[in-house]
Design a protein around this ligand. Structure first.
Ligand SMILES: *Cc1c(COP(=O)(O)O)cnc(C)c1O
Length: 374
């Protein structure tokens, strides 16, 4: 018996998006972002698919994710983009993962751990071009490079930075960042006697900033079918477009008739104003269908829009199907995706939730049973 709600991931859409990214990247290699369980789409499934399609590397947040990928037999470079704490050094080296390093003391820990490995440990060095989280300030970056070059067990495999406003379609801010990054990298490359790659572009950099693709690109959201600037991005995008890969649907439990003046849900936030036919759906905030969607979201039932009435509870919600003929228990309600001629995408859900498509995909994808289709 499968759960009464399911996330369906389309491999065809993922492959389409990967190819679109590759075309956009020109000759740059694709480091496929599979952190956060591949933005809710399933880390192992997506990693295998992107590796098969020719990704030059995979990126995750923490070493534990990289170890899981290695255990699954994935042998391409795996980058640890966030969790490079002293406690993670041993595991990163042992599993041949590639850390992103931005300070000399962490670099020294890796250099020590890599002794006796037989070959130098590949690291990527990060410069902070305005993100203010990780990375060395441009003024300190050459010092970091020199220190790395002085460590015989370390090899600088790449130089990187992260765009704070990659989702800005005009690319104005990103172009300045690109220029600053190129300048500091040009100086760094003068010091490094062997080839090392440069990468800066997330999905926004890849699609919106000419010249940002450099040696590698790092798309995340685009691989999963969405634009980093949401609905406005989709509206402005040329054909062929990215294809959303995630669908979320549930089986209607019950269809009931309520009289006019009847209250609905916790706190009685909704009262019927006419005799109302409701459908009860087995999805709630525990499934990532957050409580802020109460009285706000819509679902697709028989290809038509049904309004959520009252509070979303932990495992249940209620929609109005008074104007949709013939709805029965056992029918399918689509909460995210297409049904009939209509679509509710993660951008629309995000607008109802007051957030961005990234968060919608992570929540719904990670909290629900997933299946894959070709
Ligand atoms: C998550 C992440 C990306 C991908 O960003 P998208 O906007 O999803 O394309 C790229 N680079 C780094 C360092 C990241 O952490």
């Amino acid at each position: 018996m499968e759960p009464l709600k399911r996330v369906l991931i389309s491999r065809t859409a993922l492959a389409h998006n990967f190819r679109l990214c590759r075309r956009q990247a020109g000759g740059a290699g694709i480091i496929a972002l599979v952190k956060a369980d591949a933005y809710g789409h399933g880390m192992l499934e997506c990693a295998r698919l992107f590796a098969k399609l020719g990704a030059c590397g995979l990126a995750v947040a923490e070493a534990v994710e990289g170890i899981e990928l290695r255990a699954a037999g994935l042998d391409l470079p795996i980058y640890i983009f966030a969790g490079v704490a002293p406690q993670a050094v041993k595991a990163i080296v042992a599993h041949r993962l590639t850390p992103i390093v931005s300070d000399v003391s962490t670099l020294a820990l890796f250099a020590r751990e890599a002794e006796g490995c037989g070959q130098p440990l590949a690291v990527h060095l990060k410069v902070d071009v305005g993100m203010g989280r990780q990375g060395a300030l441009p003024a300190d970056f050459l010092h970091l490079v020199r220190e790395a070059l002085a460590m015989p067990t370390i090899r600088i495999d790449g130089l990187m930075a992260h765009l704070p406003k990659g989702d800005e379609r005009s690319g104005t801010h990103s172009r300045q960042v690109l220029q600053a990054f190129n300048e500091v990298c040009a100086a760094a490359r003068q010091l490094i006697a062997y080839p090392c790659g440069l990468h800066l572009a997330n999905s926004g950099g890849l699609f919106y900033v000419a010249g940002a693709s450099l040696d590698q690109v790092r798309p995340g959201i685009a691989l999963y079918g969405y634009y980093p600037d949401g609905r406005s991005g989709r509206q402005a995008a040329p054909e062929p477009q990215l294809q959303p890969a995630m669908q979320y649907s549930a089986t209607i439990l019950q269809v009931r008739r309520l009289p006019s003046g009847h209250t609905l849900g916790y706190d009685c936030t909704y009262t019927t104003t006419r005799p109302t036919t409701i459908a009860v759906v087995p999805v709630g905030y525990a499934d990532g269908y957050l409580r802020c969607l109460s009285n706000r979201a819509q679902m697709l039932v028989s290809g038509q829009r049904a309004q959520v009435l009252g509070r979303i509870s932990m495992n249940l919600s209620v929609v109005d199907v008074s104007d949709i003929a013939g709805v029965q228990a056992g029918d399918e309600a689509v909460l995210l995706g297409r049904q009939g001629g209509d679509t509710i995408d993660a951008d629309e859900l995000a607008a109802w939730m007051g957030t961005i498509n990234y968060e919608v995909l992570c929540l719904i994808g990670r909290l629900n049973y997933r299946e894959y289709t070709e």
